[in-house]
Design a protein around this ligand. Structure first.
Ligand SMILES: [Zn+2]
Length: 298
């Protein structure tokens, strides 16, 4: 099995959003095809591997956020089956609500960022159970429910490679540094921690986060992810009582991330790459909501 990391060159940036191509005996599987706006990059990369979009038999979605799943409907229209958590399935059948809530966030930039999103017809949609074994040609791919970033997040284990979506964190370049992409409305720190444990116990030795690339040190990667989670949680416990709103949290969390990155030896350019991958204001509003709804239960 040879996995290809396809750089979707999102907004002409390299190394930000990946789609993973797994060729098999009867075609190829794609983990997270990315947004619709980067389809030209994706189809060109398929061509470089001697494949057409019609050769894609399986589109395995870690979750339905637009930077991961936006192009799924288009692949369904080319004949692929789309695999998703049952709680994500309604959004694939009818993306209207998903697109509307993203539009509230991104406004006029919506189209440039994500493009359109086609629905996946029911006949092409497969709801994935926890621990399901998905057969793709000669390959067997195991699905692991891993909530924390979104309730309906799945990670996929193919041989020793874990496709960790967003729950395994984001990591760029060769840095031994993992940051977690907190987002509203479903960030849940205890669930996230349990998912990281589950990933570690899965037997993976390589890890492929959507943002970005395949790393050969899965266990230390996941240990770094858990450490980041612990550090953020300890910081929140200490600081949240004095933080009145999400905007203040954004400012304070920016300082926290800067200090945290510096302590880990990240230079300015590296920190910037991590900030671009998960805008700090999104992360802060995800954490603020978590604190109010979950930690304080209001
Ligand atoms: Zn996401």
């Amino acid at each position: 099995m040879t996995i290809a990391t396809i750089d979707l060159n999102f907004l002409d940036r390299t190394g930000d959003i990946a789609a993973y191509l797994i060729p098999h005996a009867g075609g190829a599987a794609l983990v997270d095809p990315g947004p619709e706006s980067t389809l030209p990059a994706l189809t060109a990369a398929l061509g470089e591997h001697g494949l057409t979009p019609r050769d894609v038999t399986h589109v395995l979605l870690t979750h339905v956020h637009l930077d991961h799943a936006g192009a799924a409907g288009w692949f369904a229209s080319q004949g692929a089956k789309v695999y998703v958590h049952p709680a994500g399935a309604p959004h694939m059948l009818n993306p209207e609500k998903l697109v509307a809530s993203a539009s509230r966030l991104y406004g006029e930039y919506m189209d440039r960022l994500w493009g359109a999103m086609k629905p996946v017809p029911a006949a092409r949609l497969v709801e994935v159970r926890d621990e399901a074994e998905i057969a793709a040609g000669d390959l067997r791919i195991r699905a692991l429910y891993t909530s924390g970033h979104a309730e309906h997040h799945i990670s996929y284990l193919c041989e020793n490679v874990l496709f960790s979506g967003d729950v395994g964190g984001v990591r760029f370049g060769q840095h031994a540094y993992v940051r977690l992409p907190f987002v509203p409305p479903e960030t849940h720190l205890a669930k996230w921690r349990a998912s990281l444990e589950r990933m570690k116990a899965s037997g993976c030795t390589r890890i492929a986060p959507t943002h970005f690339g395949i790393y050969n040190d899965a266990v230390s990667h996941l240990t770094l992810a858990a450490r980041f989670l612990d550090d953020v949680e300890a910081w929140l416990e200490q600081n949240m009582p004095g933080i009145p709103d999400s905007d203040t949290l954004t400012l304070r969390y920016t300082e926290f991330l800067r200090a945290h990155g510096l302590a880990a030896g990240l230079d300015d350019a590296a920190r910037k790459a991590y900030d671009v991958g998960n805008p700090i204001s999104f992360a802060a509003s995800g954490l603020f909501r978590y604190w109010q709804k979950v930690r304080n239960g209001t």
